[in-house]
Design a protein. Structure first.
Length: 212
């Protein structure tokens, strides 16, 4: 990846590192979402974890259940942490926008809060590619902060970031526009365990690629 194409989240999350896991470990909605996904997967499913962070809780939960997990993250620090914390999964330091994805190669894809520093067009493009990487009947979980904002500067855990997202209706359009069906929608409000943190709205969309 050339330097000018480096994902804007890489530097921020290199700096945040393990503090991210600590701040968000108490999200019961995230854990509940993972439990719902586990209930939908056949044994030894192949799962892609986009923006895998430290590997916990997503990759660890899935790997512990016997699934084959590939985590992709732009932060080299996060990937190093994840490889140590979750030896039962595989992690790759890469930009998901540039990773070749095998068509119908995965039984499930997890996208937990990993699109917020992409442009809206990149989010649409990535979701289309991720949907194509699902086998027919496969599942995708998208979690995000459902605010109608574009290119807004913010301070996140002490790091300056630029945030882009969609409101709830726009999030649903994002996944249906990628050819997926929303099978469940859950809302939550969560306050990260970090100094100065404020309550955040969280939206969890469980989606399915319909069988052919």
């Amino acid at each position: 990846m050339t330097e000018d194409r480096r994902h804007p989240a890489a530097e921020a999350f290199d700096a945040i590192g393990a503090d991210y896991e600590t701040a968000f470990a108490g999200s019961q909605a995230h854990h509940a979402s993972l439990e719902r996904l586990l209930g939908q997967l056949a044994p030894r499913s192949r799962v892609l974890d986009v923006g895998s962070g430290t590997g916990r809780p997503t990759a660890r939960t899935l790997a512990a259940a016997g699934h084959e997990v590939l985590g992709v993250d732009v932060s080299a620090v996060m990937v190093e942490l994840a490889a140590r914390r979750v030896p039962g999964a595989t992690f790759r330091n890469a930009d998901i926008r540039e990773v070749p994805l095998e068509q119908t190669g995965f039984d499930a894809v997890c996208v937990y809060f990993s699109l917020l520093q992409m442009s809206r067009e990149d989010q649409r493009s990535v979701l289309r590619r991720l949907a194509g990487a699902l086998r027919p009947g496969g599942h995708l979980v998208l979690a995000t902060v459902p605010l109608d904002v574009e290119g807004v500067s913010a301070v996140f855990m002490g790091q300056e970031v630029e945030v882009t997202s969609f409101g709830p209706a726009g999030c649903r359009t994002l996944v249906t526009g990628a050819g997926l069906t929303v099978t469940r929608e859950d809302d939550a409000v969560f306050t990260p365990a970090h100094p100065g943190a404020v309550p955040e709205p969280h939206l969890f969309l469980h989606c399915r690629r319909e069988p052919v």
